[in-house]
Design a protein around this ligand. Structure first.
Ligand SMILES: [Fe+2]
Length: 269
């Protein structure tokens, strides 16, 4: 099967064109997953799926998981989280201002993919910002590649992003849980290509590098993945689906002011 695909800005991810997920079959699902692993993030425009079709599509990618601390849409769709931004929300939106890789603070059985579908989209704001770990690794100077060969990092749910998370949890009346921490290699191979796994929003410390270079490397890598040349700011239209692999793609929300936005999210192992 040959799907029509075109690259996102700065070669971040791929659009899959002329596709209707309402008529999904096994061949198509296999092809979509192949493109997802290869490009890291896929963009499928204006699908407007009902919850059942949306949840079934997620199941062709992997095992949907119940996201810690957030409620499902209802009993029939426990895997769909409603992410709602209200017009009078004053603080930054969920996960904004720090690029991150979802749940990097969990150990090796952490969920791998995140999928969003736009339900209510305000005009001209609320983009999701993606950065490609593949491209960022590729463009590292050779001496940095050498220094971080075999490096690991400690990631924490109480990392830089936590300020937003804690505010959000308070606002939603959720009792904050203990912070979670995990250590992972920062150079990993996905689909035969090396990618950077540095999740700045959760990054605490780089390990297995020269002690006196750990802080420098941490700052260097955080600056590096934030460079304009690796970024694609995705502008939503209603019904769009973005599905990304947290091993190879970093993301963050952008600021939203005085308007309502609703997304349906599914987290997938
Ligand atoms: Fe996130």
């Amino acid at each position: 099967m040959n799907l029509s695909i075109s690259p996102g800005k700065n070669n971040v991810g791929a659009y899959i064109n002329n596709i209707n997920l309402r008529s999904l079959n096994q061949d198509l699902a296999t092809e979509i997953k192949k493109i997802l692993n290869q490009y890291g993030v896929i963009f499928i425009k204006e699908q407007n799926l009902d919850p059942e079709t949306y949840q079934n599509f997620a199941k062709t990618i992997g095992q949907p998981v119940v996201y810690p601390r957030l409620k499902g849409l209802d009993e029939k769709f426990p895997f769909i989280n409603v992410i709602e931004r209200k017009p009078d929300d004053k603080n930054l939106s969920f996960g904004s201002s720090w690029l991150h890789q979802d749940t990097s603070y969990l150990s090796n059985d952490r969920p791998r993919y995140t999928m969003l579908m736009g339900k209510e989209i305000p005009a001209g704001q609320g983009n999701t910002i993606f950065s490609s770990g593949f491209n960022a690794y590729d463009k590292l100077p050779d001496d940095i590649k050498e220094k971080i060969k075999g490096a690991t990092a400690v990631f924490s749910s109480a990392g830089p992003i936590a300020v937003t998370r804690l505010e959000r949890e308070k606002e939603m009346g959720i009792k904050s849980s203990e912070s979670m921490e995990a250590e992972h290699p920062i150079v990993i191979t996905v689909d035969g290509k090396k990618t950077l796994y540095v999740s700045p929003g959760h990054l605490m410390k780089i390990k297995n590098v020269k002690e006196d270079e750990a802080e420098y490397l941490k700052n260097y890598l955080v600056d590096h993945v934030n460079k304009e040349e690796f970024i694609f700011s995705y502008e939503w239209t209603k019904g769009d689906i973005c599905l990304w692999d947290n091993l190879s793609i970093l993301h963050m929300a952008s600021e939203i002011k005085n308007c309502r936005r609703v997304m349906h999210r599914i987290t997938i192992k």
